[in-house]
Design a protein around this ligand. Structure first.
Ligand code: MG
Ligand code: MG
Length: 252
C-alpha cells in the first residue's frame, strides 16, 4: 500500500534528510587509505545520534536475511554492490566504496548512498562511478506529477546501457518515509509511460546499482550482495519527494 506524505510528514522528512546528507558529506572525506569500515561505521553512529536521529539500518532484519544488520551504515567495497557489513577491513588505494545510510528522525526515514574512490582508482572505476551518478540524476529528472515509475527506470537503464555497463538484476529502489522500505518498488529499468503514475506527496528512494561487466548478483552468507563475476559495482541513492511542480531531493 502506498501512503503519500502530508505537509507535516514532509517537514520531518526534510530534517531526517538533512542529517543524512551531512553524514555522507563527512563520510566521503573520512573514507581514506588505512581507515577501517568499522571506524567509518562508528563515526556514522555517533554523528547520527548527536544530530538527534537514529541509524535506521542498525538491527534491521528484513525478510529473507540471516540476521539483524550489525552496523549503522552499509559499506560495500569493490565487487560488493550493497548491504556490505562494516568489518575491520582497512581501505586500500584503488578501492571503490559504496557508503549507504538510513536515518530515522522522529519516526521518519530517509535513505541515501554515494560511491567514492579511495586514492587513485582505475579509469574504469572512475567512469563507473560517474555513470552511476549520472543515471541517478537522469532518473530524478523524470520525477514530476504525471510521469511514471517506468520513466524513471527507463532513464536509468538507458544511461547505464549506453555507457556499456549493467544495471544489476534483482535489487531495486523503494518507497520510504514511514518505514525504511515501503511500497512502491522502484525498478532501475522500465518502459516510458508504464507503471505507477507519480503524484505529489509520493516519497521514494531511487538507487541505481551498476556493474561494469555482469548484471548477475550473488548473495553471500553475510547477506551482502556481490557481482556474480567479481566485477566492480557502484551505487548512488537519493530520497526524493514528488511535489506539485516536480521534485525535491530530501537528501541533497
Ligand atoms: Mg540505501
Ligand atoms: Mg534504499
Amino acid at each position: 500500500m502506498i501512503r503519500l506524505k502530508n505537509t507535516k510528514d514532509i517537514s520531518e522528512l526534510r530534517i531526517s534528510g538533512k542529517i543524512l546528507s551531512s553524514l555522507l558529506k563527512i563520510l566521503r572525506k573520512k573514507a581514506q587509505v588505512g581507515v577501517s569500515l568499522k571506524e567509518l561505521d562508528s563515526m556514522a553512529y555517533d554523528f547520527i545520534y548527536e544530530a538527534g536521529g537514529e541509524p535506521a539500518f542498525l538491527g534491521y532484519h528484513p525478510e529473507g536475511s540471516i540476521g539483524k544488520f550489525p552496523g549503522s551504515i552499509c559499506v560495500s567495497v569493490n565487487d560488493v554492490i550493497v548491504h556490505g557489513i562494516p568489518t575491520r577491513y582497512r581501505l586500500k588505494e584503488g578501492d571503490i566504496v559504496s557508503l549507504d545510510a538510513g536515518v530515522r528522525y522522529n519516526g521518519y526515514y530517509t535513505d541515501s548512498a554515494i560511491t567514492v574512490g579511495i586514492g587513485k582508482i582505475s579509469k574504469e572505476g572512475e567512469r563507473l562511478i560517474k555513470i552511476t551518478k549520472i543515471a541517478l540524476e537522469r532518473g530524478i529528472r523524470e520525477c514530476m506529477p504525471g510521469n511514471t515509475l517506468g520513466d524513471i527506470g527507463y532513464a536509468i537503464h538507458h544511461t547505464v546501457k549506453k555507457a556499456g555497463f549493467h544495471v544489476v538484476r534483482g535489487l531495486t529502489g523503494h518507497g520510504v518515509g514511514f518505514e525504511i522500505h515501503e511500497d512502491p518498488v522502484v525498478n532501475n529499468y522500465g518502459k516510458r509511460g508504464e507503471g505507477m503514475k507519480l503524484e505529489p506527496g509520493l516519497v521514494i528512494a531511487i538507487e541505481p546499482m551498476v556493474s561494469t561487466k555482469s548484471p548477475h548478483i550473488v548473495q553471500r552468507d553475510d547477506d551482502s550482495f556481490r557481482t556474480h563475476d567479481g566485477s566492480i559495482a557502484a551505487h548512488f541513492e537519493h530520497t526524493v519527494l514528488i511535489t506539485e511542480t516536480g521534485v525535491e531531493i530530501l537528501t541533497l
